[in-house]
Write a protein that binds this ligand. Sequence first.
Ligand code: PLP
Length: 442
Amino acid sequence: MRRISPIWHPMTQHKICGPALHVDSAAGARLKLRGGQEIIDGISSWWVNTHGHCHPKIVEAVRAQAGKLEQVIFAGFTHDPAENLTRKLLSTVHRAFEGKDGSALDTVFYSDSGSTAIEVALKMAIGFHEHKNQDEAGEKRHKVIALEGGYHGDTFGAMAAGSRGVFNALYEPFLFDVKHVPFPKAGQEMRSLAWLDKWLKRYGAQTAAFVFEPLVQGAAGMRVYSPKVLCKMAQMCREHGVLLIADEVMTGFGRTGSMFACEQADFTPDLLCLSKGLTGGFLPMGATLATEEIYKAFYHDEKAKQFFHSTSFTGNPLACVAALASLEIWDEEPVMEQIAAIEASHLKAAGWYSARPDVMDVRVKGSIFAIDVRDDVQGYLSSIGHEIYDFMLANGVLLRPIGNTVYILPPYCIDQQDLECIYETLWRSLDSFRNDCFQQAA
Ligand SMILES: *Cc1c(COP(=O)(O)O)cnc(C)c1O
């Protein structure tokens, strides 16, 4: 066993992967490797970055805060960074969801990742019904439903909510039972609605929550579905008192063309999970936003009814100022216009890629572009992705395909030249791959 570093990297089969690339610095949409090579970050460093790397405003905010207050216990204590961020985050959310169906999101619980934001939402949903039940003696809501193909993180609760597959097969016996609504693929929406209708008629009163990635399922391969069917599913759940947990960890902060994806489906979820782009991708932070009604279910004279959850770094001041600076950048820079420009470029590229016989499906949603490459082995274990990954890197672009799905999800600051470089390099990558196949067949 040959090891270059004792670090165990995430989602990495160390026996077959080469050594990790060593990054020295980054700016805008580019990473600079040790040795000087520059790479275009075509996936926003795993979907987290929004305004570009080392945005000066966020750098300055974190630098100034670091010398003042770096971290403090958040139970019984608070500070300006958290209070200011919360006001700004809530006003951003209120503006985005103004006039949409549902109650306003009025309270924020901080944690430190997307997975923890989901765990918190699940625990809030279950606790909400449990506490209400004690008051009303209703039926116990011990069931959770989620959208098939969903990915919600790698902690146990998040894995349970997620779809079962190669990501979590090993842990399946340890996951609590979650039923999955069939994915509402274009043209098959009625099937999903019929399933949900049947479920809700039978188990609606026992179901605590519906967990979903709105409009785009990231890890499932940037699978897109219509806002209309999501709106319908949300309405149906509401009629049965099933709480809506929107996992906007990836879709939040502009990825799908609006600040939050649920806006496009015209409803406010009961619980909104945010992370990745919250700090502009600068520091780890999770946030679970909840309605006043959910907060109230835990608001009680009895200590036993408080919300039993904490992560050590909840409300970290450095993360808070990074997030606040990031939200201010949305006001100060034409971020929505940048996203619209990226979408326009994606749509043009989609036209070219649709014409390729080796491309099966092309999707564009906001700043996200995705294609499925024809391969005998479909899904996450398809090897095409690795070859494209290597080819792209050798040509100065970071893309990290999910099996045979290749997607581009750039930082919003990316310039037209770099964006076109990504389309062209990917085009050449597919050409070279196809030529290799022909040679092997000959
Ligand atoms: C990445 C992701 C998560 C998990 O977030 P982490 O910060 O990696 O724990 C959850 N849900 C969705 C939709 C994600 O894309």
